[in-house]
Ligand binder design. Structure first.
Ligand SMILES: [Zn+2]
Length: 743
């Protein structure tokens, strides 16, 4: 394989949860630390010049590396500092209690907050603190409230009553609070002020009223520095709970723009404050944090530095980071604007200065992204020296921003050395190398790149997969300018149009419509050179691996499979899981130990196949047919005119594509794959993902499970008509009972 075939590092156990994680680029567990263990040693200095997800610094430090983490956004800085101090629930709750018990005019904050949200149970009339209220966008009163009544047990969505409306009116004119919320982040620039106003429109009056009450109270509270930090952290979570960017019914949603959903949820911020400790638990324990120019004393410590310092000639003096690891964030107008607003709320106008530039812009395109990445990475390229590597993750990858980040890295002095792309997770992992690489002025042949991808995969691909692969190959081959000024803003469009042109050529590719999110998929008209489908190669590889490795877990299997199938061939977790489920038993979902099922053992499968063979011969004869075979695993039933009536392909695995496309199709012949029933999930997966496979199967092909064959063969008075009627009676693709979820 060529050098660019990077082995994708699969996460161990999903993503880290963290405060504000719906805004941060998703950060998979144990990917960066696994990479560091392979490429660096304990005590090495690692730099993250983008500092987009604090969990990265914590994971690197807990892997006993020193990490320089750029701080630009004060909100991320706060998250990092608090999580590194690893506060206990008790410490946070104690600080929150102090805030709740603080008094003004003889009333505690707790009493004030409860009065703001209090309501009555629709069923029993007892007073309650509802979880929140449901609103339609643009309305002035909520339509429903959501609660669980401690008195009568009523729960769910219930109508609001006059009292609920009245309690909103009791807040009076909140103009003063809105002005305050505005002024704490305001600038002198008119456009920036409009952006702040727009962000404040994502807050209901009651939420602004409550948030300013909290901000005001924290300002006046006399507590120790550590407690103040914890309270700022909890308030930060509440600033997010308090906005209207929460769909109702609640669902996973990662806001990129400040758009209020048409139906949304207003949370009870008193309850948010009470449960504020829940979001601030660190999985890493205490980690030392210091500020540049001080450097960590311990092997695993974090040094925060201001990003602009990296531009200075003497930055880091003679220290040279051994590697750079980072998560490229997708531009997020919602988060960056809110960060400016929240920084102002927590630290006043000066606190929001670092994020001021976010207020000056509401649209981010790939070219802007290229410039931003380039200017951030130029000093890093100088600092980390020749032949050093950047290992970058780009979650939620889209082609436009992938092109932007690649142009940015390329013009900062890095060349792409390897990539692995997992389309089903929208995740790209990249290796960038410093040091110059000769530029190949010839633009790569896009038609050839498309063809190569399809030949290697042996399966159709979507437009987006072609695009990502073409962009990567352009940079691998050094075909893109090294100066940002020489990069054409029309580059993305050119590449897209060129791919489209190739795919429209009916002598080159054929399109399959799919109902998958990625839309149509394309396959080669002339597929003679194509390898067997990736799904089949992955299946055989994992089956072999499980046979030779009796005690492995899910992560082990993912890891070796991604090492075997690299770069653009990186298999999806769904494929890997479908194979595992087809061959093995899971006992413990959390500590999944994978063991082959008893019936998967080679000797058992051979005897199953032998039994199927005997049954097919016997049944064929009973029905009056002449039985041929098995020859190369195929049995034929022929009638008295020597015509083939039915063909049976005896299989223990799903590598059936070859037979599917090479068996002559005749309407009168029933073609049947005889398979173990446990392959159903894998076949279902392939029918969903590979339209070429599905289309081939639709030509009078059937599946027959071993167990159904046994049942049919045991029937008295079986006729051929009855056989045909009952053949699909135990379909392979019958919705299998949900297996224990793997992730
Ligand atoms: Zn009740």
């Amino acid at each position: 394989m060529s050098h660019q075939a990077l082995a994708y590092l699969p996460p161990k156990d999903g993503l880290y949860p963290s405060p504000l994680d719906r805004f941060l680029p998703p950060f998979p567990k144990a990917v960066i630390s696994t990479w560091l263990k392979e490429h660096t040693k304990q005590g090495d200095l690692i730099i993250d010049p983008l500092g987009s997800n604090p969990m990265l610094a914590l994971e690197v430090a807990s892997a006993n590396r020193k990490v320089m983490f750029a701080r630009n956004n004060p909100v991320l800085w706060l998250i990092l500092e608090v999580l590194a101090s690893s506060p206990t629930e008790k410490e946070i709750s104690a600080a929150v209690s102090k805030l709740l018990l603080s008094r003004q005019g003889g009333v505690t904050l707790e009493e004030q907050l409860k009065a703001i949200y209090i309501s009555r149970c629709f069923d029993c009339g007892e007073s309650i603190q509802p979880d929140g209220y449901i609103w339609n966008e643009g309305a002035v009163t909520p339509i429903l409230k959501v609660y669980q009544c401690p008195a009568c047990g009523a729960q769910g969505e219930k109508p609001v009553n006059d009292e609920d409306i009245q309690s909103l009116r009791n807040l009076g004119n909140i103009g003063l609070q809105r002005t305050r919320a505005f002024q704490r982040a305001a600038s002198d620039d008119e456009y920036e002020c409009q952006t702040i106003d727009h962000a404040l429109d994502c807050y209901l009056p009651r939420s602004i009223f409550t948030l300013m009450l909290l901000v005001n109270r924290l300002d006046r509270l006399d507590v120790k520095k550590e407690e103040k930090l914890l309270l700022q952290a909890v308030l930060l979570s509440i600033f997010d709970d308090g906005n209207s960017l929460w769909y109702w019914p609640l669902r996973d949603h990662r806001p990129l723009q400040l758009n209020v959903p048409s139906r949304y949820f207003e949370r009870n911020l008193f309850l948010s404050l009470e449960s504020g400790h829940e979001k601030w638990q660190s999985p890493f324990g205490k980690i030392d944090v210091c500020y540049y120019p001080q450097m960590p004393n311990t092997e695993g410590g974090i040094c925060l530095y201001q990003r602009r310092l990296a531009d200075q000639e003497n930055f880091l003096a003679d220290l040279m980071p051994q590697a750079c690891t980072t998560v490229f964030p997708r531009p997020n107008q919602a988060f960056w604007t809110l960060s400016a607003l929240w920084s102002g709320w927590l630290w006043g106008r000066n606190g929001s200065i670092p994020m001021r530039s976010a207020l000056a812009r509401r649209r981010y395109d790939w070219y802007w992204f290229a410039q931003a990445i380039s200017s951030t990475m130029i000093p890093v390229a100088r600092k980390i020296g020749d032949e050093s590597t950047v290992f970058g993750l780009f979650p939620e990858a889209t082609a436009n921003f992938y092109l932007g980040l690649s142009c940015g890295m390329n013009t900062a002095g890095f060349h792409l050395d390897g990539y692995a792309y997992r389309p089903s997770r929208d995740m790209i992992q990249n290796h960038w190398q410093t040091g110059s690489k000769s530029t190949d002025i010839e633009l790569p042949d896009i038609r050839k790149l498309i063809k190569d991808l399809l030949i290697e995969r042996g399966e159709p691909a979507s437009f987006n997969e072609f695009l990502m692969s073409v962009i990567s190959e352009f940079f691998i081959q050094g075909a893109i300018a090294k100066e940002i000024s020489q990069i054409d803003e029309g580059l993305l469009k050119q590449i897209q149009e060129n791919i489209t042109l190739q795919l429209r050529d009916e002598h080159f590719t054929l399109a399959y419509a799919t109902n998958q999110p990625g839309g149509s998929k394309w396959w080669l008209v002339d597929a003679r050179e194509a390898k067997s489908p990736l799904a089949e190669r992955v299946e055989l590889f994992i089956k072999n691996f499980l046979e030779t490795h009796p005690n492995v877990n899910l992560h082990d299997v993912e890891r070796v499979t991604c090492q075997e199938f690299r770069g653009r061939l990186t298999p999806s977790p769904e494929l890997i899981h479908s194979v595992i489920v087809s061959y093995s038993l899971f006992l413990e979902p959390s500590r999944v130990e994978i063991k082959l099922r008893g019936q998967e053992e080679e000797s058992q499968r051979i005897s199953d196949l032998r039994e199927a063979c005997i049954l097919l011969k016997k049944t064929g004869k009973t029905l009056g047919f002449d039985v041929k075979g098995p020859e190369l695993g195929v049995i034929e039933w022929r009638n008295e005119k020597r015509s083939i009536i039915s063909r049976f392909f005896l299989k223990s695995s799903c590598d059936i594509m070859d037979q599917l496309i090479n068996t002559p199709e005749e309407e009168a012949i029933l073609n049947i794959f005889v398979l173990p029933g446990s392959r159903s999930r894998l076949i279902a997966y392939r029918m969903r993902e590979d339209p070429r496979f599905t289309s081939a199967l639709s030509n009078n092909w059937h599946f027959l499970k071993f167990r159904h064959l046994r049942r049919l063969a045991a029937m008295d008075n079986l006729t051929f008509d009855l056989w045909k009627d009952l053949l699909d009676g135990d379909p392979l693709l019958w919705e299998a009972p949900e297996q224990t979820p793997l992730l």
